[in-house]
Design a binder for this molecule. Structure first.
Ligand code: GDG
Length: 735
């Protein structure tokens, strides 16, 4: 039975070592809840680190722990203390975490830690591969395991792999500073589906893919090696019912059953009728904007002194990564700030900030959520932020106000919250006042909208949507052409040998030679000429180089050769031992009208130029900014629409080039015309570009049509790149 393997840095378990006695409890975090159905279905397993280091365990204990972990359908990856220091506290939390959250000043680039990151990703890969069977699906989570997708894909190319990043993906301008950027991106590209919380992170990622790896991206699909990789956004939800029901139960409790914390909160409300409680909950992390929040609250008390002794900020900061120096500094800064502000404003009966530096049991979390009039969530950068969503889910009376930083991923789907810029203290002070004074009706209106969406798009739904989308990529990748190798290649060569009359159509740019920044630099090299000479001498074999290039260029390059040539997309033909002949009589009186338009595009798009051919005009944008070029091509198409219809022209979108030419010529027509000359029983055509699709489409079904690069095509087969084209052509040489 096929299964899903979930992989994350930590297992969803709490393993405690108390003097050699181990207790294992499933942890109840959002991710574990969301993945529950995926994890428990069939033979599903979860692979990750248990939290115990190798040094803590002898072989006997280790076995004991593993057995207990297995009972929870989990498998542990064993890590040493050094691994944890360098891979987790080091590279994950001193490099990737700050860099991806735009904290460049905290980012360390240490080679030793990078090496450890690679080694630990390999350790994870080894455990996954040990537990993997054909037909299984793997879902990898988060920034600690960015290299894992490719490590698995290398060994098991047919396994379907999903990857989800829980933190932001930064803008290209930030990501480009990372020394091992290519390797990291290629690591992620081992996945078939790559998920982010928001569209912004998705487009930042795609932008890096285009600019750093120069890969083709078509909307949200990346063509890479022989696969199409899908990139999409899946905003993670929460276990809505769990929070909603816990809040209902909490409110139904009578006084005696209430927790100590709740009793203290109740006392606060007894102080006066118009008292308000403002709540924040987060891990003590510099991304969460804790010092900013405290300063903004100070600013609020100064600006609106009427709220002194009425409002209180209750701040729960959960200890986190306290081995990392930046976190220690943040802790002292927070302590100091809270101390200073409480010292400055406190009265005998009131302290403005209640600050807890600890984690609390779930029950207390619910006490806080249900008691707070306002949730005050102000990260300076946050992948999603689930606390904001949890607060909303506990508001069973639909009262309460959510103030949320627009820098949190959650802000994208929580428009009814009061959105703030965490660096704008004036705005925050005004918004706090607005929240305190917001009429109940308005609170309820906003809450209703927020709750509806959260209830619908729960964490379970999130997980299922991701898996559904991953399933869909499987079908997708089987519909693209097959790579021509092994059996298919052998069969083709046998047919070639046995055929009486053979025909090979060969496209030039991007097929026989690679792309150069300047088209005139793509001259045939010695190796290619030798290969073409040999093919040309094969018995009963016609080779035809069929190209959009102009006659003059081919004459210059191949004038002393005896090849069959078709140029200008099919306008000119030169047969072996014959002179050039015009196949189509084409007008080019349209060119003076179109050229100035293209020139305005060149002026506005750095790195582009127009190639003036005899029968067509080509606008090349290989060296331009890929995103700008994409926008400009759409724009150009719109501008040309009416002109091309009136002049019987067509616009061809080639490989980083848009070409305008007469509709009545194309490689398909030229190829069909060639076929009428003889009775070929073996036909082969190879090309890389849209212009070659006409040829693939027109040739008889029995032909071998081959695309260079694994993209959507009408061809039956593909080869990876120019190098493989030459290898393939060599195999036709018999004599
Ligand atoms: C990362 C991304 C993204 C907090 N204190 C206590 C406690 N919590 C629970 C909350 C909430 C969770 O921890 C915190 O989740 P966040 O989403 O707010 O933040 P990160 O930990 O930074 O998570 C983040 C998330 O991944 C998911 O993709 O949203 O952007 O940074 O569920 O309730 N739970 C208990 N006691 C506490 O004291 N029991």
């Amino acid at each position: 039975m096929n299964k899903t393997i979930i992989v994350s840095n930590r297992l969803p378990l709490q393993v405690k070592n108390e003097n050699g006695d181990f207790t294992i409890k499933p942890s109840v975090g959002g991710l574990a809840t969301g993945m529950k159905s995926v994890h428990t279905e069939g033979n599903g397993i979860w692979i990750g680190w248990s939290g115990l280091i190798e040094e803590e365990l002898n072989p006997e204990l280790s076995k004991k722990v593993d057995t207990a972990i297995q009972k929870e359908k989990c498998v542990s990856v064993s890590l040493t203390e050094k691994d944890v220091d360098n891979f987790y506290f080091g590279f994950s939390n001193k490099t990737l975490w700050p860099l991806f959250h735009y904290f460049m000043e905290f980012t360390e680039f240490e080679k030793e830690q990078w090496v450890s990151y690679k080694e630990v990703n390999q350790k994870f890969a080894d455990v996954v591969l040990e537990n993997l069977n054909d037909g299984d699906t793997v879902w990898i989570h988060d920034y600690q395991l960015l290299l894992l997708p490719q490590l698995i894909k290398d060994k098991k190319p047919n396994i379907s792999i999903g990857f989800f990043l829980h933190i932001p993906f930064p803008s290209f301008e930030i990501f480009r500073t990372f020394p091992w950027r290519e390797e990291l991106l290629r690591g992620i590209l081992g996945a078939d589906l790559i998920g982010f919380h928001t569209y912004d992170y998705e487009r930042h990622f795609l932008s890096s893919i285009k600019r750093i790896l120069h890969l083709d991206v078509n909307f949200n699909e990346i063509t890479y090696q022989d696969r199409i990789i899908k990139v999409d956004s899946f905003p993670m939800g929460i276990d809505y019912q769990k929070f909603y029901n816990a809040a209902l139960e909490h409110l139904a409790k009578d006084k005696k059953e209430r927790s100590e914390l709740q009793r203290r909160l109740d006392n606060h409300f007894q102080a006066s009728d118009d008292t308000k409680l403002i709540l924040s909950i987060d891990r003590l992390d510099y991304t969460k904007g804790i010092p900013n929040r405290i300063r903004a609250f100070e600013h609020f008390l100064n600006r609106y002194p009427q709220f002194k002794e009425k409002v209180r900020l209750i701040m729960l900061a959960v200890p986190s990564r306290s081995n990392v120096p930046q976190y220690q500094k943040l802790k002292s800064e927070t302590d100091e700030l809270v101390g200073r502000i409480n010292g400055k404003f406190a009265t005998v009966s009131w302290t403005p900030i209640w600050y807890f530096y600890r984690s609390m049991p779930f029950e207390n979390l619910i006490d806080l959520y249900t008691s707070a009039d306002i949730a005050f969530i102000t990260p300076v950068r946050d992948g999603m932020n689930l606390v904001a969503k949890e607060y909303v889910a506990t508001r069973t009376q639909q009262d309460g106000v959510l103030i949320l930083s627009e820098m949190a991923g959650a802000a994208k789907e929580m428009n009814e919250a009061l959105l703030i810029n965490p660096n704008n203290f004036e705005q925050i002070a005004d918004v706090l006042k607005l929240a305190i004074e917001m009429p109940l009706k308005e609170q309820q209106n906003r809450m209703q909208f927020l709750q509806k969406r959260l209830e619908r798009y729960s964490v379970e739904k999130w997980a299922n949507e991701f898996i559904k989308s991953l399933e869909a990529t499987k079908k997708y990748n089987t519909t693209i052409a097959k790579e021509i190798k092994e059996n298919a290649l052998d069969e083709m060569l046998v047919n070639f040998k046995n055929a009486d009359r053979k025909l090979l159509f060969l496209d030039y740019d991007g097929t026989l030679v690679g792309f150069k920044n300047n088209p005139s630099d793509a001259k045939p090299d010695e190796e290619l000429l030798l290969l073409l000479d040999k093919l040309n001498e094969e018995k009963n074999t016609d080779i035809v180089i069929i190209s959009g290039r102009d006659r003059e260029t081919f004459e210059q390059w191949f004038g002393n050769k005896n090849y069959n040539l078709i140029t200008d997309h099919g306008v000119w033909l030169k047969k072996k031992n014959k002179d050039w002949k015009m196949l189509e009589h084409i007008k080019n009186d349209w060119m003076p009208n179109i050229l100035p338009i293209l020139e305005t595009f060149v002026d506005r798009t750095p790195g582009t130029f127009v190639e003036k051919k005899k029968y067509s005009l080509a606008w090349h944008y290989r060296k331009a900014d890929p995103e700008l070029a994409q926008i400009r091509t759409i724009e150009l198409n719109t501008v040309l629409t009416s002109l091309i219809a009136n002049n019987d022209l067509s616009v061809l979108k080639g490989n980083k080039v848009t070409e305008i030419k007469s509709s009545s010529v194309n490689k398909g027509r030229a190829a069909s015309r060639w076929l009428t000359q003889a009775n070929y029983d073996f036909i082969f055509a190879i090309g890389d570009d849209w212009t070659d699709e006409y040829m693939f489409e027109e040739l008889p079904d029995s032909s071998y049509t081959v695309k260079v690069g694994a993209t959507k095509t009408k061809a039956k087969y593909y080869v990876k790149n120019n190098k493989s084209v030459r290898e393939l052509l060599k195999s036709f040489i018999v004599s």
